[in-house]
Design a protein around this ligand. Structure first.
Ligand code: MG
Ligand code: MG
Length: 246
């Protein structure tokens, strides 16, 4: 769907709130901190900015962010988990302003992390930006997945298949989906005013996943490390515009 300039302005505002949630939670990441504390800090940003949460209550999700350590890929529920030196933690944040949604995620190290973990974070973030570069009017949407996959697999890593990016606007998850791999067809042609959440999930090992009994937490089947980076981006006359940056 193509958004009007008024709608894009609201999404810009929602994106700024999400960027602030990133800033505040990232600054608090340290050994000894609980994921519940990160959730509290993010909730304070929403409150301060007069934004609503698109995560809280989503199919019953109990928090305003997702926190997914180490071999957890996405959708972890913040709680009593205490961050440990050497962990990596993925933090996914969202906000609604005047009915319009922003959605973005990052992964970060806790204290000193291994060379492999450092490389995973770098490659996953690079794969996100390679995908974002494809968000140009006239390009076919599924070039995003091809670009993401190329970067991840060239580094010897794999991309998750079961969870994908999405269009975003008056709902967090709108059609079409945006796979992080080449799905075998080129997808719709991009037009200005379209907005997407691009979100590679990259594993050190294989792409397979399983879910915990909590019905949310998704992990790598081989327990290898996983990272997740996401932004909300509009296709504009001047190329991709990332909304979820400060
Ligand atoms: Mg997200
Ligand atoms: Mg998303």
């Amino acid at each position: 769907m193509r958004r009007s300039s008024d709608e894009l302005n609201k999404m810009r505002k929602a994106g700024k709130v999400v960027a602030e949630m990133h800033e505040v939670t990232r600054a608090a990441i340290a050994p000894g901190v609980t994921t519940a504390h990160l959730n509290e800090l993010a909730a304070q940003v929403l409150e301060r900015r007069g934004a609503r949460s698109n995560f809280l209550g989503y199919h019953g999700f109990p928090a305003v962010i997702c926190t997914s350590p180490n071999d957890m890929i996405v959708h972890g529920i913040p709680g009593e988990y205490v961050l440990q030196e050497g962990d990596i933690i993925s933090v996914d944040c969202g906000a609604i302003i005047e009915g319009y949604h922003g959605d973005a995620a990052y992964s970060a190290g806790v204290g000193e992390i291994s060379a492999l973990a450092t490389r995973l974070l770098q490659v996953t973030e690079r794969s996100l930006w390679a995908g974002i570069d494809q968000l140009v009017a006239g390009t076919r949407l599924h070039e995003v997945g091809r670009a993401v996959q190329d970067v991840a697999e060239a580094a010897g890593f794999s991309v998750v298949r079961e969870y994908v990016g999405h269009a975003i606007g008056t709902a967090m998850h709108e059609s079409p989906q945006v796979p992080n791999y080449w799905p075998g067809s080129p997808g719709p042609t991009l037009k200005t005013g379209m907005v997407f959440a691009i979100e590679p999930m990259v594993n050190v090992g294989g792409p397979d996943t399983y879910m915990l009994d909590d019905g949310w937490s998704v992990l790598t089947s081989d327990h290898s490390l996983s990272a997740h980076f996401e932004h909300t981006i509009a296709v504009t006359e001047n190329g991709p515009e990332v909304f979820t940056v400060a």
